[in-house]
Design a binder for this molecule. Structure first.
Ligand code: ARG
Length: 469
């Protein structure tokens, strides 16, 4: 509370129990919002002067004091303790120490309820902007990797069973698409974050002639809350963010899982470089994919923060309740976790793994992933798909019994099954041909993949294109 008071106002006779003071305090974590608290207070002070509530000279003293606090914080000399309760009181108390009684005018027409909502939105808006930069870099890294691997083929799976061969670029581009949606979603969340609650005061508005649009404009908010109760009690924007961050993490986690599988001896599709892998303390031969494992593991924390905030808000009567102080730590951790995971995955893709072309080529050639193409071959020659499907199933069974692949069957045996088979069946069985033939829009055919790369390159080219993804 301001001015080093040991009690709130003259209404109180006694000081808080020391444990309860610590229990109640949020300064241990909301000091993160210092910069935004100063920014919001400067805008509020200037607005009070513009509206004639305080004089211009008073506003300048207040702004000067707030700026001094900013410098003190940068120098590391502003370090309020739990007696300040929270960052808002810490700033107000220091301001009064610095500029005297005029500092006591700053809180006119404002409450900590609209103040904390303003600070949190300003902070989250900045963090979203940073995450957007990281998402863009991550997407561009995926894209570069895809560009290098258009011609590399990889088995495609359903049910984790080999299904059909793919261009590796096509596989990576699926993650690029997820990233495009992530960017779009964060952009939409930002719009809902970017609304000013300031001037709603404690819950009902204020008789002080404030200009809410003045502070909103000064702080770069696109709009103001229409309803003062909603303004101070709404945390939808934080839930929205946590949901969007959870999906970013889902996407990172899915790729992580694939990298972990690919790096195993059983797959051996990638080799981990020494840059991002660790050894075992016991087994000298081990090289472990810690980075994707950590990303996969950290995903749960972000989901947890989403669930926690939903639970914090679900039973709250209007308007502000102290429960809402619990919105911060989870949100801060979710932002930090998502940011770190994006950075780590970008580094992993850039220098942590090498695809193994020989092993991938072997993998796409040594199975029945071309069986659908044999059926499609017959379909192209007038055989109804269901009949072709049955015939090819029989061929696969024969091969399995004889321990051979489709390409090992001589032409005569194909023709016994159906007279439409001709010499060109062998070309159709080649993995490269199997991939190249899938020219439907969005398919893995090389021509389509090159088109998709081009489109993705444009989408990730500059930040300004972000809203039209
Ligand atoms: N530290 C509080 C929070 O984080 C600030 C708002 C306190 N408001 C109140 N009426 N006690 O939510």
């Amino acid at each position: 509370m301001p001015e080093g008071q040991s009690r709130w106002s003259q209404r109180f006779d006694d000081a808080l129990h020391p444990f309860i003071a610590r229990f109640n305090a949020s300064i241990g974590f909301d000091f993160t919002l210092l910069h935004q608290d100063l920014e919001g207070s400067i805008a509020h002070g200037r607005m009070l002067a513009a509206c004639g509530v305080i004089t211009a000279a008073e506003a300048e003293q207040i702004v000067g004091g707030l700026e001094t606090i900013g410098h003190e914080a940068a120098a590391g000399t502003f370090r309020p303790g739990v007696d300040a309760e929270d960052v808002h009181f810490a700033v107000e108390r220091r301001l009064i120490e610095l500029v005297g009684d005029v500092g006591k005018k700053l809180h006119t027409g404002r409450s900590r309820n609209d103040q904390v909502g303003t600070d949190l939105r300003l902070w989250l808006r900045g963090e979203i902007d940073e995450l957007q930069v990281l998402l863009r870099r991550y997407g561009q890294t995926l894209l570069r990797l895809a560009e290098a691997h258009v011609e590399t083929m990889i088995p495609g799976y359903t049910h984790l069973q080999r299904a059909q061969p793919l261009s590796l670029a096509h596989h990576l581009l699926a993650y690029v698409e997820m990233t495009r949606r992530d960017r779009q979603r964060l952009d939409q969340v930002r719009q809902r974050v970017n609304v000013s609650p300031l001037g709603a005061a404690a819950l009902a508005g204020t008789p002080v002639p404030v200009d809410r649009r003045h502070t909103a404009a000064a702080l770069g908010f696109a709009d103001i809350y229409r309803n003062s109760l909603d303004a101070v009690s709404d945390r939808d924007f934080a839930v929205d963010f946590l949901a969007a961050a959870s999906l970013v993490m889902v996407h990172l986690s899915r790729l992580s899982e694939e990298v972990i599988l690919w790096a195993s001896h059983e797959f051996a599709f990638v080799r981990l470089t020494d840059r991002c892998a660790t050894g075992s303390s016991l087994m000298p031969q081990k090289k472990n994919p810690d980075v994707p494992e950590l990303v996969r593991g950290k995903t749960g924390r972000v989901f947890g923060h989403l669930q926690a905030l939903l639970t914090v808000t679900k039973g709250l009567p209007l308007a502000y309740n102290k429960d809402l102080q619990e919105d911060k730590e989870g949100l801060f951790d979710a932002v930090r976790t998502t940011r770190d995971c994006l950075k780590a995955m970008t580094i992993l893709l850039e220098e942590g793994l090498c695809f193994q072309p020989r092993r991938l080529a072997e993998a796409v050639g040594d199975d029945f992933a071309n069986a659908t193409d044999v059926a499609d071959y017959l379909v192209a020659r007038g055989v109804p798909f269901r009949q072709a499907y049955g015939l090819v199933g029989g061929l696969v069974k024969t091969c399995l019994q004889e321990g051979i692949l489709l390409r090992d069957l001589p032409l005569g045996r194909w023709q016994q099954v159906h007279p439409a088979f001709a010499e060109d069946i062998f070309a159709a069985l080649e993995p490269r041909q199997v991939v190249a033939a899938r020219l439907s829009e969005g398919g893995t055919g090389f021509v389509r993949v090159r088109e998709a790369l081009e489109q993705a390159r444009i989408a990730f080219a500059d930040a300004t294109g972000e809203e039209n993804l």
